[in-house]
Write a protein that binds this ligand. Structure first.
Ligand SMILES: Nc1ncnc2c1ncn2[C@@H]1O[C@H](COP(=O)(O)OP(=O)(O)OP(=O)(O)O)[C@@H](O)[C@H]1O
Ligand SMILES: [Mg+2]
Length: 422
């Protein structure tokens, strides 16, 4: 039998004599597949291969058997609540019967049937147990399907991110590359050595820029798959390099407001993905002449016991987010960009921030006199006890040791646009 065929079979640790027949006859006549086991311990081995319920006689449930089954029951996955039907000896309720009940408590979903049991009672109890087991399997399958869908979504988002990143890198490299091509042509046609030297110097600068883009990108994408000590400011700078020419082309003024900022233990590549998306969204929403302010500072969270951490705010004076979109902003496939966006960026970003035990918030206004949006990300310095030693070695950006945190700097006031609309 396969695991799936076993799923609704009933394991039977049969009592002897009349009760044994009482069990096997109605099971057969009701088309319920059963599997006899000599002891409760042997039934446990069968349980691993799949079962819908267990029927056992009280005398087969020894103390060692209870502890074995209880340990296995405690390990059940969240969807499972395996039904056990215990055929107990009849008799009055006394101290001893109460004690036995307490001992059996760790067995979980246990139904007690007093012997002699009427066949109808027995069959209907068993059918109810198998029905409930069937529902548990449905829940298991639902969870598995959801998990698979989420995994697929994550993979597709990773591909989308990789695609967008490749596009931004090509775009950024293309401009200096075109300059170098032109400059080489100019050098070839230069009438004087002095003029050729001037062109060569500019070409060298353009090549240095290409090399910087490549180095920064590789640095983050070759990073180890475990958390390291990172400065948010460095990640912001590396992300801005990618958007440099887009910012200039769109005539958007950028203000970097980097205050005292401790390193945090984090996955640098993941945080870079969050920051690239926040800046990218701000640029998409901005018009020529718009402003973008990125602030990074040490802070203490107002909630959650005033945890110390780093706050990153990305504020733009763009179109703002409409209330309808704002309601579901952090859910997958919510977006207004059609083919140019997947609507997954903020959903993935919030997942990443959650994984770092942080929070992400948004404030936005679509009012024509002061439109704009502020995304605020809080990342705590310490996420897990295991990260403590790295935290203790924290350094300031200029390389000095930094053990204390400044008090919370003022949050970026909203609307940020008022501050920016100078
Ligand atoms: N700074 C912002 N200003 C205005 N609207 C924004 C801003 N940030 C996000 N949005 C809105 O939220 C939507 C969802 O953003 P999200 O980053 O999740 O997806 P996307 O940018 O549409 O697609 P992707 O990130 O995959 O390129 C955007 O389509 C846009 O409508
Ligand atoms: Mg986006």
């Amino acid at each position: 039998m396969t695991g799936q065929e076993n799923e609704l079979r009933v394991l039977v640790v049969a009592p002897t004599g009349r009760d044994g027949l009482l069990i096997s006859n109605p099971l057969d006549s009701n088309g319920i597949s059963s599997f006899p086991s000599a002891t409760a311990e042997m039934a446990l081995v069968e349980f691993e291969a799949g079962a819908g319920a267990l029927i056992l006689a009280e005398e087969a449930l020894t103390l060692p058997a209870i502890s074995l089954w209880a340990a296995r029951i405690a390990e059940q996955p969240s969807w499972s609540d395996f039904p056990l039907i215990l055929l107990a000896a009849g008799g009055e309720i006394n101290e001893e019967s109460r004690r036995r009940m307490r001992v059996r408590e760790p067995l979980g979903n246990l139904v007690l049937l007093e012997r002699p049991v009427r066949p109808e009672t027995f069959v209907s109890t068993l059918q109810a147990a198998l029905r409930s087991r069937g529902r548990q399997y449905q829940m298991r399958d639902y969870i598995a399907r959801n998990h698979a869908a989420e995994e697929a979504l994550r993979r597709s988002e990773k591909l989308a991110v990789a695609g967008r990143l490749a596009a931004s890198i090509s775009h950024e490299i293309n401009n200096p590359l075109a300059s170098v091509t032109n400059l080489l042509y100019l050098i070839g046609t230069s009438s004087s050595l002095q003029e050729a030297k001037k062109h060569k110097e500019i070409a060298e600068k353009e090549l240095a820029r290409i090399s910087e883009i490549v180095t920064q990108t590789l640095r983050f994408y070759r990073e180890p798959s475990k958390p390291t000590l990172v400065f948010i400011t460095e990640i912001v700078d590396s992300a801005l390099i990618l958007y440099q020419s887009k910012l200039a082309y769109a005539e958007i003024a950028i203000e970097r407001d980097f205050r005292e900022c401790s390193p945090i233990v984090a996955m640098a590549g993941e945080l870079r993905q969050v920051i690239l998306n926040l800046i990218g969204n701000a640029l998409d929403a901005s018009n020529p002449g718009g402003r973008l302010r990125i602030r990074v500072s040490n802070t203490r969270e107002h909630r959650n016991g005033a945890r110390p951490g780093v706050r990153l705010t990305v504020a733009d004076s763009g179109s703002g987010i409409s209330p309808e979109i704002r309601k579901t902003l952090f859910e997958p496939f919510v977006g207004t960009k059609g083919d140019t966006g997947t609507g997954l960026g903020l959903w993935i970003s919030s997942e990443i921030v959650n994984r770092h035990s942080g929070t992400i918030q948004v404030k936005s206004s679509t009012l024509s006199q002061s439109p704009g949006t502020v995304f605020s990300v809080f990342l705590p310095l310490e996420q897990k006890a295991g990260h403590r030693s790295l935290r203790e070695a924290s350094m300031t950006p200029d390389g000095n040791r930094k053990d204390t945190l400044s008090d919370s700097p003022p949050e970026i006031a909203f609307p940020m646009q008022r501050e920016m609309a100078t």
